[in-house]
Each structure stands twice: as structure tokens, then as C-alpha cells.
Design a protein around this ligand. Structure first.
Ligand code: ADP
Ligand code: MG
Length: 760
């Protein structure tokens, strides 16, 4: 389709932003609106609020100082004036002239000078004057005006998009095909597609402004619903298709029950019983199981999985357990071997990880291939080494975040054999509605109860000035026969350039001033909640460069595991047995260290986040995290979950070594306040947004154009219900043509947007 204003060059720029069709452009919604019908006047502003103001330029100047340049513009309205300030903004020179009308948007800050207020780095737009063409005036003055994320420099900024989108909407007037059945829209009181698009871009006069900013107008709701509906419909379909595949019907009888009873070391919790019941029910039916077992750290997922694997083994099938790290795989291997010693059947267990030597690997592969090994525990090597199982019945994936792996189990079974059952375990507590909706192609079991006898973990935050007291405390615990972890964000050196780390990227580390630069503003996606505007800035903080030098990180850097291991061993923890564990040790070394810690031959384990997932040493009662402000909430929660696994009282000490950002404060305070993984997950989701939270790209989850999973959770639920309903029972009012259109669109949407389509 030919779009006015889009030639080959521009098309190329748009493509770089993921906009390839006219439709993509139409779904690129404004990220905010400016009310230019009833502009706020300067004398009614309040310090601290974020506002949009239309006023006249009184003067502008570029000031050069020793530290850099500063562009200042004064806006006036009657007798009120306001200053606007931009840093390093030589590019603004000559842009403003006295008498121009300008719209600015930013946080209103108090000012000590003659003007009452100032705005720092506001977004701005010079409004068209009488000489501008009629259309520009129509779109930008005296109305609710859409503001867009730029699609390429100043050329494809808001003004350009307004025109192109306006013209596009004119071109398709009355001809935009509807993709949702009319009957559904009527039932939900949502507008048709064309109306929704038109009004989301160019809101009608009188549209409540707050509703617009919150993306909650009927127009927005319709477009969000549409996007989520197709997501949910796709997931629903995927699940149905899986149910049509040939799987294995495992039998459960007294023999199987006895095999489980023999090895079970304790009474399962009610939650464990329920989850196992759900899993076994899936295993009994002849369709492949795809189930997610979700349970907070320490809730006892492993034993549930082991029981499921026993069911498979008792039925004459092989079971495989895949862990994300060699440490965990080894730990599972040793634990399983110990448990199964009590089994009268003595199943063969083999370990398969990448670091085994070639002979060993070949030997183990042979055992697996000939069916001589009943239980196989390993890492990704199970997939990478092209292990072919003799009769694979059940695959358990522990702590799985990367979903791509699900598709690859086919590689592990012999061609022509039935699809194995798959159980995915995760300790990432995902709010239930989100889990149900996003992992719609998996069934869900939740362990919402901890095994008995746990005492709550005492969590404290301290600054590292009090390190002396912390080490004293660790020594005391060691004297009592307990063990401790001390975790650092980096292995060695002071720079956080290690892949092992997974910091949440919300800190303005590269720009410690906290001043929001235009580049940061444009990074956010449309429809997503906007980044908060910069913190309150003092005059002395105005120059990012100066602040950077004063930034303590620049000088002191980070404490590292290697360095601190030495220091602690020789200093504060001299006399204790201190070990070191990090991702750069080779696998054998890691295993040896872990084994020694498990056996109590190491008192204090200095480590990086390699110990984050799954490690289980009940005698460890202290978790010290240094530079705790550098870790994400999910990580901190995982780390804390390493202690509190036995009956003894446990402690988590979060040490901070630098000024903590406001977001960091929120995270640390949340850790102190609650131990509930789901509550922390909710907060994490709210702080980071769904993309960061789920690690969108890595998880293969969709990027949304208009929806936002935190904001739009209710619509997500609605979309899920509607999708299920649409897939099951044709609604009377829905015509064949409408249904066909929905399916066609689903196919296209999934292929293009989500790329989640599973082959075969
Ligand atoms: P996670 O869910 O984090 O993987 P684990 O499976 O590692 O948790 O279990 C945590 C600890 O709790 C282990 O030491 C395990 O042996 C123990 N455990 C699990 N279930 C029970 C139970 N029902 N009663 C007592 N201890 C249990
Ligand atoms: Mg585990």
C-alpha cells in the first residue's frame, strides 16, 4: 500500500524500527497526549507535577561554562515566566525566537530565580504559527494532540507521524477491515477497529484526558483487547494441538505406589500431594503432558519431580532431568542416587554434562541409547550432545526460563516414538493470572506451601561501614556449627563485565546524575508506562560530567569475589574455612567446592550468583550479599532462598556499598518487608515492566505493540476467556466469514509478531 510521506528512504528507517506495513504504522500509538484545547497556564502550576504548558518564547541563549554548555529558554505568559534548561544542547542554538509559541512537557521544578518554576530537559514542540499550512494547524493546535515516540531522529518525530497517520486514516476511511467478530465487540461494548484507531490517534473533543493518558479509553481498550485476544487464541490453539498428539499413557498401580513409598524421605506437604496428583493425572492420559510446576524457592519441587520420574521408570520408560548449571545437575544427581539407594529396584542413574571427558560421555550416551540407564540427569548437554534415548517417557526441566528448549525435546527421542511428557519447574513466582495467560500452552501446578519446620529468615540491610559487625556475626554462626554464603556481584576486578551477571538495567549507571536524557525517553515503547521523570535535581548536580567524576563507583569500583575471598580469609574470617566459588572455575573444581560445602568442610562460601539457583545446603544459615543494591529483586529473592532450608534460624544480610537509587531502595525495602515470592514478583513486575521481568527476548515471549501486561491485566483475563470461548463454541451471532477472518489474522499475527509458532 502506498502511504503518502513514505518514500524508499523513510521506509528503510521505519523498517529499522520494526514498522513494515501501513498497519504497523497505525498501531504505533501515541505514548502521550497534550491537551491543547485547554492548556494549563503558568500561574496554576505546582512544583513536582509533570505538566504540559503552552507559552510564548521570551528569550533563549546558549551558555558556555567550564563544565559544558547549557541551553536556557525563557517562556512567558502575561507576567509569569518559566525557565527551560537543556544540557549539552548546542544543537538548540538558533531554534527558538522570541514570540514563537512553544509547547513544553516536563517536570515542574521550583526555581530560585525570578521565574517561579523551571523545567529541566523538557520535551518541546514549536507550534505552527499563522503562516503554517492548514493541516499542520488542524492537527496541532486547539485540540488534544498526540505525541509519538520518534521513529527516526527529528525527521520522523511527532509532527511527521501526525500527518502521515492522519492521511493514512483518511485513505482507509470506511474501508479498514474488521478483524474481530461484531458480536463479540457488541457484547464487550468495544468500538470497531477503524473507529478505535482513529480515536486513539486523534481523540475526539471531550475525551477525558486522564483516560487517554492511562490508555483506558474505549479506543485503547479495543486495540489492547485485540492484541491480547490473538495472543490468547494462539496459546489456546497450541495447547489444543498438543492434546491431539500421541503421548504415553502411564499406568499407576500399587507397584508404582510402592516404588515411590520406598524412597520418599518425608511426608509430602499438601501442596506437593496436590501437584503430584495433577502431574500423574496428566501422565495417565495418552496425550503429551506440558505442565509448569511453579513453587517458591525451597517449596520442595525436586521431590515432586522425582516421584513423577519414578512413575515413568516403573512403567519401563526412561526419565531425564535437565538442570541449568553443572553444579545443579551434579547436586540433583547425587541426591537422586542417594534417594534411590533405598529402592529395591536399583535403577541406573547417569550424569551427562558438557564437562565430562569424551570417553565418559560416550559411555554414558551408550547407556542411555541402549536403555541401560533409567534415570538421566544433565545439563543442556542432553540436547547438545545429541543423546538419543531408547525409550524416553518424561523430561523434567529444572529452573527453566528459556522456552526455546521446549521445542527441541524431539531431538531426544527416537523417530516414530510417542511424544514424551514434559514438566517444567520454575522458582520464578509469576503472578497467577499472568502465568495462566502467558504460559497458556502449559498447564499449571503451584506449590504454595513450604515444608514444615521452617523458621522465617531474618532480613536486614546495612551499609558496608558496618561490615565489621557483619563478619563478627558470621564468625559467631560458624562457631555454632553453621555455614554462610557471602555473595559478590563480580568475579574479579571491579567492572561488571561478566556474563554471569544479570543486573536489572534500571539504574542510571551510565548517567549517574539521574537526569533523564532524550535518548532514554525515546527508548520506551509506546503504550508502555513512561519512564519516571528525573529525580529532583540540585543546582550543583546540573552537570552530568561533574557528577560522574564524583560518582563513588568510578573510584572504588566493585568488590569482587576473588579479592574479598583473600581479604576475608586473612582478615575478618581468619580461622574459619573459607571457600571460593564462581563461574570461571572449571566444572570439576566447582563440584569439589560444592561437595565440601555440603559436607560442612567449608564454613563460609564466598561466591558470585552461580549459587543463585537451586543449591541446597540446609546447614547454611547466613546469606550475606554485598553491593545488594546492584542485584535485581528476583535475584535477591533467589539468593535468600539458599538459607532457611533447615530448622535453624536463618539470616539474610543485605549490605550496600554506595548511594542507593530510589528503585534500589524500593527493592531492598521490599526484601526486608516480605519473604513472599509472589508479592516480590508483583513488585518486580511493577518496577521493571514485563519485558525486563520475563526477559522477553530470551523467553521468546511476544513484544506488544499496544498492550502492557502490568497495566492491562484485566483485559488479559478477558481476552483469555473470550479466546477460549471462541475456540470452543461458535457464537451464534458470528458468521463463517468472520471466523475465517479471525483464523487468517491469527496465523499472520503469530507468524509475524510472536514468532512462537511451533513447527509440527
Ligand atoms: P526447590 O523447590 O527450591 O527446588 P527443594 O526441592 O530443593 O526446593 O527442597 C528444599 C528442601 O526442602 C530440601 O532440603 C528438601 O529435601 C526439603 N523438603 C522438600 N519437601 C519436604 C517435605 N515435604 N518435608 C520436609 N522437607 C522437605
Ligand atoms: Mg530446585
Amino acid at each position: 500500500m502506498y502511504v503518502r510521506g513514505v518514500g524508499p528512504r523513510v521506509a528503510e528507517m521505519l523498517r529499522a524500527k520494526g514498522i513494515e506495513t501501513a498497519e504497523d504504522l497505525l498501531y504505533h500509538l501515541p505514548f502521550r497526549y497534550e491537551d491543547r484545547q485547554n492548556p494549563r497556564s503558568l500561574d496554576e502550576l505546582k512544583a513536582g507535577e509533570t505538566a504540559s504548558v503552552i507559552a510564548e518564547v521570551r528569550g533563549a541563549a546558549l551558555l558556555r561554562t567550564r563544565k559544558g554548555s547549557l541551553f536556557e529558554m525563557t517562556l512567558g505568559q502575561g507576567r509569569c515566566v518559566m525557565k527551560c534548561i537543556w544540557f549539552h544542547a548546542a544543537y538548540l542554538e538558533g531554534k527558538f525566537h522570541a514570540g514563537q509559541t512553544v509547547a513544553v512537557y516536563g517536570k515542574v521544578e521550583p526555581s530560585r530565580s525570578a521565574s517561579h518554576f523551571k523545567m529541566i530537559q523538557p520535551q518541546f514542540e514549536i507550534l505552527p504559527d499563522e503562516s503554517a499550512d492548514a493541516q499542520t494547524r488542524l492537527l496541532e493546535v486547539g485540540r488534544i494532540t498526540p505525541v509519538y515516540e520518534s521513529l527516526g531522529g527529528s525527521r520522523l518525530a511527532s509532527r511527521w507521524q501526525r500527518k502521515v497517520i492522519f492521511n493514512l486514516l483518511e485513505t482507509i476511511r470506511g474501508a479498514a477491515p474488521e478483524c474481530l467478530p461484531r458480536a463479540i465487540l457488541e457484547r464487550l461494548a468495544l468500538p470497531d477497529r477503524e473507529t478505535a484507531l482513529r480515536e486513539a490517534h486523534f481523540p475526539r473533543e471531550g475525551t477525558p484526558f486522564a483516560q487517554l493518558q492511562a490508555a483506558a479509553t474505549p479506543a485503547h481498550r479495543r486495540l489492547i483487547f485485540e492484541e491480547l485476544f490473538f495472543l490468547e487464541l494462539g496459546l489456546e490453539l497450541k495447547r489444543r494441538r498438543m492434546k491431539e498428539r500421541a503421548g504415553i499413557a502411564f499406568a499407576t498401580n500399587d507397584k508404582v505406589r510402592e516404588a515411590i513409598r520406598e524412597v520418599l524421605p518425608f511426608h509430602p506437604t499438601a501442596a506437593q500431594k496436590r501437584a503430584l496428583g495433577e502431574i500423574v493425572a496428566d501422565m495417565r492420559v495418552p496425550t503429551p503432558m506440558r505442565r509448569l510446576l511453579q513453587g517458591d524457592v525451597g517449596s520442595g519441587k525436586t521431590i515432586v519431580a522425582l516421584q513423577a520420574m519414578l512413575v515413568a521408570m516403573e512403567n519401563g520408560y526412561q526419565a531425564a532431568l535437565m538442570a541449568p548449571t553443572e553444579i545443579l545437575a551434579t547436586q540433583h544427581f547425587l541426591a537422586a542416587r542417594k534417594l534411590l539407594e533405598r529402592s529395591s529396584r536399583k535403577p541406573r542413574i547417569v550424569l551427562l554434562t558438557g564437562s565430562l571427558d569424551e570417553d565418559r560421555k560416550r559411555w554414558n550416551r551408550g547407556m542411555i541409547n541402549r536403555g541401560e540407564a533409567q534415570l538421566v540427569i544433565g545439563t543442556h548437554a542432553l540436547i547438545e550432545e545429541k543423546v538419543e534415548f531408547d525409550r524416553l517417557g518424561l523430561v523434567v526441566v529444572d529452573e527453566q526460563h528459556r522456552f526455546g528448549v521446549l521445542q527441541r525435546f524431539k531431538l531426544m527421542k527416537k523417530p516414530g516414538q510417542a511424544e514424551p511428557d514434559v514438566l517444567v519447574m520454575t522458582a520464578t513466582p509469576i503472578p497467577r493470572t499472568l502465568a495462566l495467560s502467558l504460559y497458556g500452552d502449559l498447564d499449571l501446578s503451584v506449590l504454595d506451601e513450604l515444608p514444615p519446620g521452617r523458621t522465617p529468615i531474618v532480613t536486614r540491610r546495612v551499609t558496608d561501614e558496618r561490615a565489621g559487625e557483619v563478619w563478627e556475626f558470621v564468625r559467631k554462626q560458624v562457631r555454632l556449627g553453621r555455614q554462610a554464603y557471602v555473595v559478590y556481584p563480580v568475579i574479579e576486578g571491579t567492572k561488571d563485565d561478566h556474563p554471569e551477571l544479570d543486573f536489572s538495567q534500571d539504574e542510571p549507571m551510565s548517567d549517574p546524575s539521574g537526569i533523564e536524557l532524550p535518548s532514554q525517553v525515546s527508548k520506551a515503547r509506546p503504550g508502555a508506562p513512561r519512564a519516571r521523570t528525573g529525580r529532583k535535581i540540585e543546582a550543583a548536580e546540573l552537570f552530568p560530567r561533574a557528577r560522574q567524576e564524583a560518582n563513588p563507583w568510578a573510584k572504588s569500583g566493585l568488590k569482587s569475589a576473588v579479592e574479598m575471598h583473600e581479604k576475608l580469609r586473612q582478615g575478618p574470617l581468619a580461622g574459619s574455612r573459607v571457600g571460593l566459588l564462581h563461574g570461571r572455575l572449571d566444572a570439576d573444581e566447582k563440584t569439589v567446592i560444592m561437595r565440601r560445602f555440603e559436607r560442612g568442610e567449608i564454613d563460609v562460601l564466598v561466591a558470585t550468583t552461580v549459587i543463585e539457583v537451586g543449591v541446597d545446603v540446609p546447614n547454611a544459615t547466613v546469606m550475606v550479599v554485598e553491593h545488594a543494591e546492584r542485584f535485581g529483586l528476583a535475584q535477591l529473592h533467589q539468593l535468600r532462598g539458599r538459607v532457611g532450608r533447615g530448622a535453624a534460624k536463618s539470616y539474610c544480610i543485605l549490605m550496600t556499598g554506595a548511594p542507593v537509587s530510589p528503585l534500589g531502595e524500593e527493592r531492598l525495602n521490599a526484601m526486608v518487608r516480605t519473604q513472599d515470592g509472589f508479592e516480590l514478583a508483583e513488585l518486580d513486575l511493577a518496577l521493571r515492566g514485563p519485558g525486563e521481568f520475563f526477559g522477553t527476548r530470551q523467553a521468546g515471549l511476544p513484544e506488544f505493540r499496544v498492550a502492557n501486561l502490568v497495566r492491562d491485566r484485566q483485559l488479559l483475563e478477558l481476552a483469555k476467556q473470550e479466546a477460549a470461548r471462541f475456540a470452543t463454541q461458535p457464537e451464534p451471532g458470528v458468521s463463517e466469514a468472520e471466523r475465517a477472518r479471525v483464523w487468517a489474522r491469527l496465523k499472520e499475527a503469530w507468524q509475524r509478531r510472536y514468532g512462537l509458532v511451533e513447527a509440527g
